[in-house]
Design a protein around this ligand. Sequence first.
Ligand code: ARG
Length: 601
Amino acid sequence: RRFISTTTNPTITPMEEDNPGHVKYQLSKLLKVSLDTVAPELNLEPLVTICPAKFPGDYQCNNAMSAWKLIKGTRPEFRSPNAVGQAIKDNVPASEMIESCTVAGAGFVNIFLSSKWVAQSIQKMLTKGIKIWAPKLQVTTAVVDFSSPNIAKEMHVGHLRSTIIGDTLARMLEFSNVKVLRRNHVGDWGTQFGMLIEYLFDEFPNWEDLGEQAIGDLQAFYKSSKQRFDDDPVFKERAQKAVVLLQGGEDKYRKAWTKICEISRREFNQVYQRLAVDLEEKGESFYNPYISEVLASLSNQGLIEDSEGARVIFIEGKNIPLIVVKSDGGFNYASTDLSALWYRLNEEKADWIIYVTDVGQSLHFDMFFSAAKRAGWLPAGENLYPKTSHVGFGLVLGDDGKRFRTRSSEVVRLVDLLDEAKTRSKAALVERGKATEWTAEELEQTAEAVGYGAVKYADLKNNRLTNYTFNFDQMLSDKGNTAVYLLYAHARICSIIRKSGKDIEELKKTGIIVLDHADERVLGLHLLQFAEIVEDACTNLLPNTLCEYLYNLSENFTRFYTNCQVVGSAEETSRLLLSEATAVVMRKCFFLLGITPVYKI
Ligand code: ARG
């Protein structure tokens, strides 16, 4: 495999071809010309950022200081970093995108974009569609391994987080033209199946003819079979034999296993259906046939050693090794993950493999990623492809600050949780009189969009590494940084456009956007930053970046709408187009976050 090195961005750089929606990228190209004129010997990569609030300007180039340190000995004409900044500024090629530049302090070049160029870029997006603002990444194929509950065990809020976060990451990568393999790495293999199968045989002698409902709650089934396993040594022995028979492919055992998996799968699908999450199951069992060969090749490389009866891989800097064959000869989570990684790299040709689980599993990922590097499957450097990333996340807490549980039972059924969100949002709509105003179907669809959207957004808006508190009242409030507030804001924009009575498609053809008012300009510039925000969110695997962008977009729109009259003003056409562009970008944000937009409220 070819190892590709990236240059400027720590993880992904936009591809060399034109990236029209990407301001930072466009500016970097201009600044590269300037830097190569000022100090060709340094071959500098431009450091361009959005201008921090305390500085004047829209963007900033921060190369002067570091460049000065490198050249001060050989280039006496640069007496200070500021002088280097001046030279950088003076050598920026003329471009319609830049209005002017200034130099401040230690050579920061502040860049003011041309309002006309910003307006034209937005207009281009309106006519060509927002896909022209898709970031272009260097990655061709990515695996997103997410959700991944365990058969017959509870699908808990951790799996819900994984499902929501993983789906968003997949959507953002797909939008960036990456081929994404959405993988549900379900725990459908392992020793627990011995006891589940034997318990099924004991309790349901006619198990083959049973409908899927007959077994009832699989979690309860799991618990009681575990109970018997712990209490009854004869059962335990049978269960252990059953594992061997199952793994040996014995027909009856295989069938029982299939049955148990099917029942679980039906449960999981109810959650995926409600959340409209699409993913393909390739569970642990899928990789089982590859394990022996993969371990044999690692063994041939001399990476696997004996340790206290087990077969292990030692990892530099870790005092415990990665166990790949247990002392009883069985394979484990790590042997499966190594084989899955081998498969994803060699069979699926993935360049980026992303695993979404709670942070509690960080050590596991860290260890087997290191093992893969030792084996030479992955390049050793940080910014090289193919690459693996563990997307860890924190806990979901209840109002009591402890792990989220329901009042009565200890685990939360995810389907019930989602249904409650919908019920509550429906009640709020009914209270606002929508039951009489809308058709039953409209009410239902809006309640779903708002309810499920609220659950997703409440999760995604936080930095994923932090714990967050699950609170229906908060997430369903129409004030503050919530999905409800944002969905309403979008619906309000749609209603402004509708009420104007203008045909927006006609306006797109003939109208012109002008950003004269300060609040129009702020909104316009914010719209234009969409592409680089999505790229940042992908690069850092942080969906909260996009949530923050969306919330600020809504705030910027509100300020614009408060201070600039739209309908009936002399600037009506331009302002309607700006409103439409805002709605388009908001909708794409919702889409990327897996939230269904609503158009009226
Ligand atoms: N089944 C695991 C769990 O419930 C998550 C699997 C994550 N994916 C992986 N390739 N290890 O914790």
